[in-house]
Ligand binder design. Sequence first.
Ligand code: ZN
Ligand code: FE
Length: 253
Amino acid sequence: MALRIEQFPVLNDNYGYLVRDETSGKVACVDTPDADAIAAALDRLGWSLDLILNTHWHPDHAGGNEALKARYGSTIYGPQEVTRIAPLDHPVTAGDTVDLGEAQFTVMDVGGHTLQHIAYHDARDAVAFVGDSIFPLGCGRMFEGDPVQMWSGLSRIAALPDETKLYCAHEYTAANARFALSVDDAPALKARAEAVFAARERGEWTVPSTVAEEKATNPFLRAPLLAERMGLAGHSDPEVFAAVRKAKDGFKG
Ligand code: ZN
Ligand code: FE
C-alpha cells in the first residue's frame, strides 16, 4: 500500500491529481487541466513528473500535455484521440497496463463522453481515475458515444470492488444531487444529497466517492430501477439510461 494521491482544485471546477508510488518515488499526473497549477503543485512537493495519464482528449484534460512534457520530459499515455489536440507517446486501450514504479494501472474502456474515454484502475490500492465518465451522483455528458457504449462503460465501473475510490475530474456533485432527487426517491439518495449540500456549504470536496456509494445512489447506475418512473417499463437498460441522461441534459436545477 504505497500510493500517495495529491488532489487540488484547478480551473473553475476541475480537480488536478498527482499520484506518487512511494516505493520508487515515481510520479504521474492524471490529466493536465492546467500546466502551471500542476507545476506549482510539483514544486511545492519537490517532485518531478515521470508520467502523464490522459483519460480523454478534451482541453481541460490534455491541454497541459505539451508544456508539462517540455518542462519535465514526462512520458504521456492516453487514448489515441488525445492527438487531436496534444502530444501522446503511448496510445493505450482497454486491458493495457501502465506501471508507475511498483503500482500498476489497468486501462478500462469507459467511452461515451468521448468515443475513446478511458479510466485507470489500480486494483492493489483500490482506486480508479475516471475522468469525465462517472461523477458522484452523475455521469459525463454523452458528447460522442451512444447509450449502449456509455452504459457499458458505467457498468464496468459499477463492477469494480465496492470499496474502490473513484477520482473524477470535476466538482459537480451538488448540481448532480439536485437532479438525482428529481428522478429518484431512494432514502439513501436523500441522505447522501443532504450530506453533499452541507459539505459544499462548508467548502469541502465531495470527490472521491466509492463504487458502493454510486451503486446505491447514482441515478445513472440505478437507471434500470427507475424504468417505471421514467415511463419505460420493459425497455432495455441502455434505453432507460439514455432517458435519464436526456432528462439531466434538460434539467434546470
Ligand atoms: Zn470532458
Ligand atoms: Fe472535463
